[in-house]
Design a protein around this ligand. Structure first.
Ligand SMILES: Nc1nc2c(ncn2[C@@H]2O[C@H](COP(=O)(O)OP(=O)(O)OP(=O)(O)O)[C@@H](O)[C@H]2O)c(=O)[nH]1
Ligand SMILES: [Zn+2]
Length: 199
């Protein structure tokens, strides 16, 4: 199996195992697993869970390497408002929000779509927001080797909304900066541009 593959196929063995597990979950919560509305739910849920964790078997470094181009541009490149959906590893409930990513090229630029693809690969795993932020940061830093890279993620966690502390409006912000973004002026320029409608 190529490590750089888009999600196309469900692994039959894994689907069967998950179906069995989801049937047991339905029974455990008191559902009649033969009821029309839920009779196919174990299979649907099995496929959904495989999709939501499909980043586990993808190589984000290879995604970046597949579209790196030699280019002399060495100013800031910002891709902001990249929507992301992930699952928290503590409750397996979604957290979702936006990633804002910037890098300063060092001889190579990367195909723009590859940055959101890298976000998806790391988001489609059981995660915590802090690790997701650093995974993206280190991947871009180590593979593209830019002069600097910055990642900011703003997200809401369903485990804090639907249950537990039940706070509907809290947003968690995490960030990471490498290279030139460790300098306060560069970091501030990035933060200003992602909070502006003109960036
Ligand atoms: N740091 C961090 N914590 C997270 C993330 N997602 C969920 N959590 C937290 O993980 C913690 C798990 O705490 P526990 O006390 O073991 O679990 P719990 O009893 O379900 O906690 P409550 O959510 O407070 O009811 C909770 O405080 C969650 O809010 C994340 O991405 N980053
Ligand atoms: Zn959680």
């Amino acid at each position: 199996m190529s490590s750089y593959r888009f999600f196309e196929e469900y692994e039959h063995e894994v689907t069967d195992q998950l179906k069995e597990n989801y049937s047991q979950i339905l029974s455990s919560i008191g559902e009649d697993i033969n009821r029309e509305g839920v009779v196919k739910t174990p299979e649907r849920a099995a496929k959904a869970m495989q999709f939501l964790t499909s980043g586990n078997c993808m190589d984000p470094n290879e995604i970046l390497r597949s579209a790196m181009f030699a280019e002399g541009y060495n100013d800031m490149v910002i891709i902001k408002d990249i929507e992301l959906y992930s699952l928290c590893e503590h409750h397996m409930l979604p957290f979702f929000g936006k990633a804002h990513i910037a890098y300063i090229p060092n001889g190579h630029i990367v195909g723009l779509s590859k940055i959101p693809r890298v976000v998806d690969v790391f988001a489609r795993r059981l995660q915590v927001q802090e690790r997701l932020t650093h995974d993206i940061l280190e991947c871009i830093n180590n593979t593209l080797k830019p002069l600097g890279v910055a990642v900011v993620i703003e997200a809401s966690h369903m485990c804090m909304m639907m249950r537990g502390v039940q706070k509907q409006n809290s947003v968690t912000t995490t960030s990471g900066f490498r290279g030139q973004f460790e300098k306060i002026e560069t970091r501030n320029e990035f933060l200003k541009l992602i909070s502006s409608d003109l960036s």
